[in-house]
Design a protein around this ligand. Structure first.
Ligand code: CMX
Length: 135
């Protein structure tokens, strides 16, 4: 079902400071995007086949703001690329995994995304994502 790690979502309070840190490691900023449906502003920094996705909340009631409040800054989710997102969600549900999203929804980077609940995945919030333009 899973092809590769699409991105690692990291919650930050200050997007510019987060970008500066990863640039200091030698990564290059690919772009910054606002995702209103998720109430976040995101910055992507590719690293091989994977991207670092810095997530900065744009509203106090966003999932990322709640995460920072409870756990502090850090890894908020792990995103796996899949070929067929509706099929992957169906398969996950059949295997007894709790879905947060039963249907794909639009995410950053023109991808369709859906989340699996961390209670079903050993404490890790998992995003399944169908990257646009991917073969
Ligand atoms: N990773 C691991 N565990 C997490 C978590 C995360 N990111 N967020 C919450 N949890 C844990 C909490 O610690 C809590 O555990 P305990 O019951 O042991 O304390 C449990 O999950 C429930 O958490 P909660 O705070 O009561 O519930 P929330 O209202 O915070 O909802 C979640 C949690 C995962 C359902 C919600 O954050 C969600 O729907 N996330 C999906 C959307 C999202 O995260 N979007 C941001 C990224 C957007 C993007 O990439 O574009």
């Amino acid at each position: 079902m899973v092809k590769h790690i699409s991105h690692i979502g990291i919650a930050v309070k200050d997007l510019e400071a987060g970008i500066a840190f990863y640039e200091s490691l030698g990564l290059k900023l690919e772009g910054i995007e606002e995702v209103p449906s998720q109430k976040v502003k995101v910055a992507f920094l590719p690293c091989g086949d994977t991207r670092i996705e810095l997530l900065c909340p744009t509203s106090e009631d966003s999932a990322v703001a709640k995460f920072i409040e409870k756990k502090g800054e850090g890894i908020q989710h792990l995103a796996f690329a899949v070929d067929n997102l509706p099929e992957a969600l169906k398969e996950s549900e059949e295997k007894g995994i709790t879905l947060i999203d039963k249907e794909p929804r639009p995410g950053a980077h023109h991808a369709d995304i859906a989340f699996l609940h961390p209670k079903s995945s050993y404490g890790v919030l998992i995003e399944l994502c169908k990257e646009k333009g991917e073969k």
